[in-house]
Write a protein that binds this ligand. Structure first.
Ligand code: PHE
Length: 336
């Protein structure tokens, strides 16, 4: 009987090893350990044995049954983890192509500008696009009847709230919130009721800068802006400062860079002047410092503001601002 068991075991394991699918496995399970299977039959036959042999053989058979169950379960698991042949991945098929997006040119300019100023020790702050008249005008030395408001004819929400026409209100918000020294850059959308043409859109982006500390002078303003222009436009570009008027700076300047196309000689793109205007700037007006709660006897500062679209147009040679907002992929995918 024990010999029979050994050969039974041998046969079973041979069969299990050569099995090809789960159906075959099921058949073997029934044949060996099913209710009417070989092991069950042998267990039944125990009754024919002597009472000394019964427990020993019974125990042996149970052990064999457990051994078979284990082998079957293992095989079953193999089938579960192994995928049918036709479902396997064919690694020779070329992958599906998908279009990689590109970064919008305005976003590129904002990021590049922020990086340049981060390198000069400025931090980046964000401000609200829906702004109080107080911050957008009043606290910047532009009271209710000031003619400077006419240039920025605006989108009002209530008589005291409007879509900001410039990022300069961030100068005041920052100064109200922290003591000097400050060195910040704030970029974002601005809105003016401008008719659309190749240099105007009612929404555009500005980049504002402000630095206030003891002993800040016009030389600091010039140094920072010249460095920025060299980094964004190239080392060969020259920067020029002309007197300019903004109610919240004194003295105020307009900043030009030499035209990259004609190298300052004069061409159609720079209106035959050799120069391109890129930003407004100046020393923060003492009254603006005082209104924000700073001591203008002790502290001085400079501020500047530029249009991101204008910088992008000059840097990339784009002649129509509308291209930035039409979302034509043939245009947008050129910027990587
Ligand atoms: N905010 C001004 C404008 O929109 C630009 C500017 C900013 C000028 C800071 C001087 C200082 O024209």
């Amino acid at each position: 009987m024990e010999k029979d068991m050994e050969s039974l075991k041998e046969k079973f394991h041979k069969k299990i090893a050569s099995i090809k699918d789960r159906e075959e496995l099921q058949r073997i399970r029934n044949e060996y350990i099913g209710r009417k299977g070989i092991v069950a039959q042998m267990l039944k036959n125990i009754t024919l044995l002597s009472s000394e042999e019964k427990p020993r053989v019974g125990e042996l058979l149970n052990r064999i049954k457990r051994d078979f169950q284990k082998a079957i379960a293992e095989k079953d698991r193999e089938f579960l983890t192994e995928k049918p042949v036709e479902e396997k991945i064919d690694i020779t098929i070329p992958g599906k192509d998908f279009m990689l997006g590109t970064i919008h040119p305005i976003e590129l300019i904002l990021k590049a500008t922020e990086d340049i100023f981060l390198g000069m020790g400025f931090c980046i702050v964000d401000g609200p696009e829906v702004e109080l008249d107080y911050y957008n005008f009043e606290a910047l030395n532009i009271p209710k009847d000031h003619p400077a408001r006419d240039d920025q004819d605006s989108f009002y929400i209530t008589p005291d709230i409007l879509l900001r026409t410039q990022t300069s209100p961030m100068q005041v918000r920052i100064m109200e919130n922290q003591p000097p020294p400050v060195r910040i850059i704030s970029a974002g959308k601005c809105y003016r009721r401008d008719s659309i043409d190749n240099t105007h859109t009612p929404m555009f982006h500005q980049i504002e800068g402000l630095a206030v500390d003891k002993d800040i002078s016009m030389a600091d303003l010039k140094g920072v802006i010249i460095e920025f222009c060299k980094q964004i436009f190239g080392k060969d570009r020259i920067t020029r400062f002309r007197p300019g008027y903004f109610p919240f700076v004194e003295p105020g300047v307009e900043v030009d860079v030499s035209c990259g196309l004609c190298k300052g000689k004069g061409c159609q793109s720079c209106g035959y002047s050799g120069w391109l205007e890129i930003m407004g700037a100046g020393m923060v007006h003492p009254h603006v410092l005082e209104m924000a709660g700073y001591n203008a006897q002790k502290y001085t500062g400079f501020a500047f503001g530029m249009g991101a679209e204008r910088i992008a147009m000059l840097k990339y040679g784009i002649n129509d601002i509308r291209l930035f907002f039409e979302n034509d992929l043939r245009f947008l995918t050129q910027f990587k």
